[in-house]
Design a protein around this ligand. Structure first.
Ligand code: PMP
Ligand code: GLU
Length: 396
């Protein structure tokens, strides 16, 4: 049977595909170093694991929950936002979802009509454009360059704005660049969005993973007008090493949240109950482990950044947040005799057993993405292998 046009047009996630390929090679006995998927290598902290075990043993995890999440977790999200953003919301402003990825999906389904435009600064996280298309919206990509720290400006936004522009997606700290917008930059963009009645989707998922004194300012905290026009997207995957538990959330306008809830009720029913009880403990229990993991990422960044930056042809600024390096490798490609970054990434994997993600999936075909959410030894060995691969290719 012929697949839907929607399914035929869809690009699968390049990050998950790269990770799957690396894992398959590992399983076949190859010594592959995978710097692909963005997930902490730490196991979920013990107190969170224990909360999940308790929810299983006392029977709470056995049943369906409300579609938008259990009351305790919505309240935990409200208190969390109050502590970290100093903003007051109520549980009616919150929906708990199957990962932040599904919060974004529900949001697009809830607000986009066919042909509505969504502004997405490039480089972007791989799922934004595809999810917008699944909701029959039109992604409008705006190129941002390494020279401006990959930040979008109001002048650029003004250029692409049309009568159909409905949303703007901002992700600070950014996946894949690690860039963080300053308060002033956010204010300018936020005021522009308010003036043009454009809803801001603020993907804050890396907000607690910032390094070397960098500060994260959530868009919603800039002013009350901006807050009213911002949907916050966040989750427990990255800060609490809980990628496998699949818990994310959205916070914002009550009517939009209610529409998202209705769509969830007809699709997933509810996020997994046991994961919700675990997430309550994540948000309300000790936050010491979050800081310990943040420090570990900071140490790795500081140790490996100069090594990756010294790889022949790699052009790379030091990121301020998240856990990725995103070098421009155009000069490397030239040295190695390649014109296509994806081919270079494929050969690197086959010939040097190092798995990276092609920048093409992030809208940046001169770049590769390197996840440093892995141990130092693996990262250092990867630098050696990549350097040797480039030397070999340059000689040919
Ligand atoms: N936004 C960004 C920018 C991400 O990198 C990720 C990582 N998967 C997500 C959202 C979704 O995270 P999750 O679904 O695991 O909560
Ligand atoms: N966000 C992570 C990444 O960019 C997880 C993979 C995904 O959800 O696409 O690697």
């Amino acid at each position: 049977m012929e697949l839907s046009a929607r399914a035929q047009k869809l690009e699968p996630s390049v990050t998950l595909a790269a990770a799957a390929k690396a894992n398959a090679l590992k399983a076949s006995g190859k010594d592959v170093l995978s710097l692909t998927v963005g997930e902490p290598d730490f196991t979920t902290p013990k107190n969170i694991q224990q909360a999940a075990i308790a929810a299983i043993e006392n029977g709470k995890a056995s049943y369906y929950t409300p579609s938008g999440g259990i009351k305790e977790l919505k309240e935990a999200v409200v208190s969390h936002i109050e502590s970290y953003y100093q903003l007051q919301y109520t549980p009616k402003n919150v929906i708990v979802t199957d990962g932040a990825k599904f919060a974004l999906y529900l949001l697009f389904q809830a607000v986009l009509n066919q042909g509505d435009e969504v502004i997405i600064p490039v480089p972007y996280w791989v799922s934004y454009g595809e999810q917008v298309k699944l909701a029959e919206g039109v992604p409008v990509f705006v190129s941002c360059t390494q020279e401006t720290d990959f930040k979008v400006s109001v002048a650029q936004l003004e250029q692409v704005k049309t009568a159909k522009t409905k949303l703007l997606i901002l992700n600070s700290p950014s996946n894949p660049t690690g860039t963080i917008y300053s308060k002033e930059e956010l204010r300018a963009i936020g005021e522009w969005a308010v003036a043009n009645k454009i809803l801001i989707v603020s993907d804050d998922i890396y907000g607690r993973l910032v390094y070397n004194g960098a500060e994260f300012t959530p868009m919603a905290t800039i002013s009350d007008e901006i807050r009213k026009q911002t949907m916050i997207i966040n989750g427990v995957s990255k800060s609490y090493a809980m990628t496998g538990w699949r818990i994310g959330y959205a916070v914002g306008d009550e009517t939009i949240i209610a529409a998202m809830n209705d769509i969830a009720s007809q699709s997933t029913s509810n996020p997994t109950a046991v994961s919700q009880y675990a997430a309550v403990e994540a948000l309300t229990g000790t936050q010491e482990t979050v800081e310990q993991m943040r420090q570990a990422f900071e140490e790795r960044l500081n140790s490996i950044y100069p090594k990756f930056a010294a790889i022949p042809g790699f052009k790379l600024e030091k990121p301020q947040g998240a856990f990725y390096l995103f070098p421009n490798i155009k000069a490397t490609l030239d040295m190695c005799g390649y014109t296509d970054v994806t081919e270079w990434v494929t050969d690197l994997l086959e010939e040097a057993q190092v798995a990276l993600v092609t920048g093409a999936g992030f809208g940046a075909p001169e770049h590769v993405r390197i996840s440093y959410a892995t141990d130092l030894k693996t990262l250092e060995t990867a630098v050696e292998r990549i350097t040797a691969f480039i030397e070999k290719k340059s000689r040919n």
